[in-house]
Write a protein that binds this ligand. Structure first.
Ligand SMILES: Cc1cc2nc3c(=O)[nH]c(=O)nc-3n(C[C@H](O)[C@H](O)[C@H](O)COP(=O)(O)OP(=O)(O)OC[C@H]3O[C@@H](n4cnc5c(N)ncnc54)[C@H](O)[C@@H]3O)c2cc1C
Length: 378
């Protein structure tokens, strides 16, 4: 039995690394437990980059969180001494009545965000990496961009350690139980007690939070990188990140960074619900063909050789909103399941919220969208 901690963080991926930093900087004695390496390629945060955008088509309610996320990313990169947030502008495009275009516009209107509305031809003329259908409409928001997601995990862990956090990789948690007013956590190597537990186990969260066994569903995703004929068209200064609804589905993409190709993915890829421990981690010709088809049609200047592919995991809720809450039957346990394919950009603010919930049970942010009870009722 080792010394007690104030807070144990279960899972040091995107969310857990940020929570460990925010807790440690406030003087909490933090133990962070991670089953793989830090960082690693088995969960939801790898593949080098993740989109961040203010014009939030999923709901305008996310915009206050996003403003804080930007502030916190800028603080983290200043403290770490390395750029983590890259501003490229963002394109949210689709048919005029699509949720991607209309929702993005609604967020801009409700929160007074600077933006331009362009049709497909205007986008393609201004940004020659794009070949959108001319009938598409797009919101261009200048503050969109991307986060260097794996470096950001390293940054948060390094900053947490500088504040005394005890972070351990390759130590798999087997379970937890209430213990006095706090918790006892058992791993492959030992048993630890703490006043509070933050569960940020990504695709594995159902193993530790019973209500999420059915309500947070892991799904296999695949990322692809494709070689452009003129890489200059796809560099961060010429190619804004995008979300776009096409006939083939909803896609997202990012400029060349860290690998020599345009990066693209399709939300919900092939619709494969999986057990994360048994998932096929090979990328197949069917995976590649699905992504290449969209590149050839809508970004043909990047239709060259495949530069890389990577499997990854979404963890979906039925309404695609996050779970950020304390467990009603065990208030010393804070749960963070912020995925459904759009959570990474929020790590910097969700880490702060998790620290608030662990320390005070409250947050200054409106978390009503993220309550566990809505999924139990559904
Ligand atoms: C292909 C893809 C593209 C995406 N694109 C975007 C995007 O552009 N923008 C965006 O905002 N979001 C995006 N997302 C979503 C975003 O990446 C996720 O919301 C985010 O990574 C979730 O972070 P997490 O901390 O919950 O999960 P993770 O980073 O996976 O962390 C969970 C951690 O818990 C650990 N763990 C699990 N079980 C145990 C155990 N028993 N013991 C110890 N440790 C354990 C895991 O090993 C892991 O490290 C994308 C996701 C995918 C898969």
């Amino acid at each position: 039995m080792t010394a007690p901690y104030d807070v144990i963080v279960l899972g040091i991926g995107g969310m857990g690394s940020a929570a460990a930093f925010h807790l440690a900087r406030r003087g909490q004695r933090v133990l962070g437990l991670e089953r793989f390496d830090i960082p690693h390629s088995m969960g939801s945060s790898h593949g080098l980059t993740r989109i961040i955008r203010l014009a939030y088509y999923e709901s305008p309610k996310y915009v206050p969180l996003l403003h804080r996320a930007y502030e916190n990313w800028r603080e983290a990169e200043r403290l770490f001494g390395e750029q983590l947030l890259f501003v490229t502008g963002s394109i949210d495009a689709g048919p005029p009545d699509s949720a991607v275009f209309q929702g993005s516009l609604a967020s801009c209107a409700e929160h007074g965000l600077p933006h331009e509305v362009l049709d497909g031809e205007e986008v393609n003329a201004r940004l020659p990496g794009y070949a959108l259908p001319s009938s598409h409409r797009a919101v261009f928001q200048p503050e969109g961009g991307f986060i260097a997601s794996e470096r950001a995990i390293v940054a948060h862990v390094t900053l947490a350690q500088a504040h005394g956090a005890d972070i351990r990789a390759r130590e798999r948690v087997l379970g937890w139980e209430p213990w006095r007013d706090g918790v006892r956590v058992t791993t492959e190597r030992g048993s630890y007690q703490a006043g509070r537990l933050v569960v940020s186990a990504g695709a594995w969260i159902g193993q530790f939070v019973a209500p999420l066994v059915r309500a947070a569903v892991p799904e296999r995703q695949v990322l692809g990188w494709f070689q452009p004929d003129d890489p200059a068209l796809f560099r961060p200064d010429r190619f804004p990140v995008f979300n776009a609804l096409f006939d083939e589905g909803r896609y997202y993409g990012l400029p060349i960074w860290g690998m020599p190709g345009l990066k693209i993915g399709r939300y919900h890829h092939l619709g494969e619900t999986v057990d994360p421990d048994a998932m096929n981690r090979d990328c197949t010709q069917a995976d590649e063909a699905l992504l290449r088809g969209a590149v050839q049609r809508y970004f043909p200047r990047a239709g060259g050789a495949t530069m890389g592919m990577a499997p990854c995991l979404f963890t979906n809720t039925s309404d695609e909103h996050f779970v950020i809450d304390t467990l009603p039957e065990c208030r010393q346990v804070v749960v963070a399941s912020p995925c459904s394919g759009h959570g990474y950009k929020f790590c910097s603010v969700i880490g702060e919220i998790l620290a608030d919930l662990a320390m005070t049970g409250e947050s200054v942010f409106d978390l009503s969208l993220f309550r566990l009870a809505r999924l139990r009722a559904a």
